[in-house]
Design a protein around this ligand. Structure first.
Ligand SMILES: Cc1cc2nc3c(=O)[nH]c(=O)nc-3n(C[C@H](O)[C@H](O)[C@H](O)COP(=O)(O)O)c2cc1C
Length: 349
C-alpha cells in the first residue's frame, strides 16, 4: 500500500473520499481519515468564517491527515438585465410548486473566491489542499508551498494536466467523464473535454510526471484495480458515499441512487451554469427546455440556490440538483466508516 501518494500524504491506503460540496461533512472526512484513507473537506465558494468552522470541526474529529478542497474559478462579469428571464422562470416554477420564493433572494449575490480563504488555510496550518475549476495563481502556489503544503489539482484533459504540472502542482486528479458532480474543466475557450477515465488516466499516467489520482465510477475491487493498472497512484471516490449516514444529501436524493439507471444520469448546466453530472429531474428538464440562456457559473448557481434550498427542506428531489456519477446504482446507506472498510477489503483482495 506504500506508494508515492501514501508517503506524500501520510495515509495508509491510497483511497480518497472525494470532496463533495453540499454532501460531504466533517464527520464523513474524519471517518475516512481515521480509517487510514484521505478524507476531504469541501469548502469551495464558502465564506472564510464558515470554512474555518468546518476545518475546526474536522480537526476535532480526527488527528489524521485530511485534505481541504477549494474552487479556483474566476467570477465572470455579468449584467443584472441578463438575469431577468432566468429569474422570472425560477419564480414561476417555484410558485407553481408551492414554494414562497422571494425575488430578493435572486439578486445581490456575494461570491467568495479561494483568495478569501487563503488566510484561514494558512492559519489552520492545512497541509493538503486540493482544488478544482481552474489553477491556483502563482503567488498562492508559492505561499502554500512555503508553508509545506501538498497541492492537488483537477484535470479533465491532458492539456489541463500539463498546465497544472507546469505550474508546480504536486498531484493531479484525472476526472473522467463518468464522474458525479461538476466537471473540473477550466479551459473556457475550448469545448468541454469529454474523455472517459479509461482513456484519460493512462494518458496522464504516461505523460505527466506527478502522481495521478483516478476519479469517476470507482466503487469496488474491479474498478480500483483497473485504475491502479492504468497508472493511478490513488483513487478518489465520490458517489459511493452520497447515501452514507454522514452525508448531507437529502433522503429523497439518497433513495434515488438505488436503482438509478446510468442513462438517467446526465451532464447539465441547468443548476449552476457549469457542466455537472446528476440524475435527470424536472428542474433540469424545465430549465433546459425553456431555451432561456443559462448564465455562467457561479451566477446561475446563486440564482437557483434559494429555490433548491426550499426544495431540500421539503425533501423534494424534483427541484434540486441530484449529483451522481454514472456508476451510482445501489450506493450503500451505511456508515462512511463501513463503506471505507469495504473499499479497503476489496483493495486487499
Ligand atoms: C455530490 C458531489 C459533489 C462534488 N463536489 C465536489 C467538490 O466540491 N470539489 C471537487 O473537487 N469535486 C467535487 N465532486 C467531484 C468528485 O471530486 C469526483 O470527481 C467524483 O465524485 C468522482 O466520480 P464518482 O462520483 O463516480 O465517484 C463532487 C462530486 C459529487 C458526486
Amino acid at each position: 500500500m506504500k506508494n508515492d501518494f501514501a508517503q506524500r500524504t501520510g495515509v495508509i491506503y491510497p483511497i480518497i473520499q472525494a470532496p463533495m460540496l453540499g454532501v460531504s461533512t466533517p464527520e464523513m472526512a474524519a471517518a475516512v481519515s481515521n480509517e487510514g484513507g484521505l478524507g476531504s473537506l469541501a469548502i469551495g465558494g464558502l465564506s472564510p468564517e464558515r470554512s474555518q468552522t468546518l476545518i475546526r470541526q474536522t480537526k476535532n474529529l480526527t488527528g489524521k491527515p485530511f485534505a481541504v478542497n477549494l474552487f479556483t474559478h474566476t467570477i465572470p462579469p455579468y449584467e443584472e438585465s441578463k438575469m431577468v428571464p432566468m429569474r422570472r422562470l425560477l419564480l414561476e416554477m417555484a410558485k407553481e410548486r408551492g414554494y414562497a420564493l422571494a425575488e430578493s433572494e435572486l439578486q445581490n449575490f456575494r461570491f467568495y473566491t479561494y483568495k478569501e480563504q487563503i488566510d484561514v488555510l494558512i492559519k489552520e496550518d492545512i497541509k493538503l489542499i486540493s482544488f478544482t475549476f481552474g489553477m491556483l495563481d502563482d503567488a498562492t502556489i508559492q505561499l502554500f508551498k512555503s508553508n509545506g503544503c501538498t497541492l492537488i489539482g483537477t484535470a479533465t484533459s491532458l492539456k489541463e494536466a500539463r498546465l497544472l504540472q507546469e505550474s508546480g502542482i504536486d498531484m493531479i486528479v484525472a476526472q473522467g467523464l463518468e464522474a458525479g458532480g461538476h466537471r473540473g474543466s477550466f479551459l473556457d475557450d475550448e469545448p468541454l473535454p469529454q474523455v472517459g477515465l479509461f482513456s484519460l488516466l493512462p494518458q496522464l499516467a504516461k505523460q505527466v510526471h506527478v502522481p495521478v489520482i483516478a476519479a469517476g465510477g470507482i466503487r469496488d475491487a474491479q474498478t480500483m484495480r483497473a485504475a491502479f493498472d492504468l497508472g493511478a497512484a490513488a483513487v478518489q471516490v465520490g458517489t459511493l458515499f452520497i447515501a452514507s449516514k454522514e452525508s448531507d444529501a437529502i433522503p429523497a436524493w439518497q433513495q434515488q441512487l438505488s436503482g438509478v439507471d446510468a442513462t438517467d444520469i446526465l451532464l447539465t448546466r441547468a443548476f449552476s451554469g457549469r457542466w455537472a453530472r446528476g440524475i435527470r429531474n424536472e428542474m433540469m428538464e424545465r430549465i433546459e427546455a425553456s431555451g432561456i440562456p443559462i448564465p455562467p457559473y457561479p451566477i446561475q448557481n446563486s440564482l437557483t440556490a434559494a429555490f433548491r434550498k426550499l426544495a431540500q427542506q421539503a425533501n423534494d428531489s424534483s427541484y434540486t440538483n441530484l449529483w451522481a456519477g454514472q456508476s451510482a446504482g445501489d450506493a450503500p446507506a451505511d456508515n462512511t466508516r463501513d463503506i471505507f472498510r469495504f473499499l479497503v477489503k476489496e483493495l486487499k483482495g
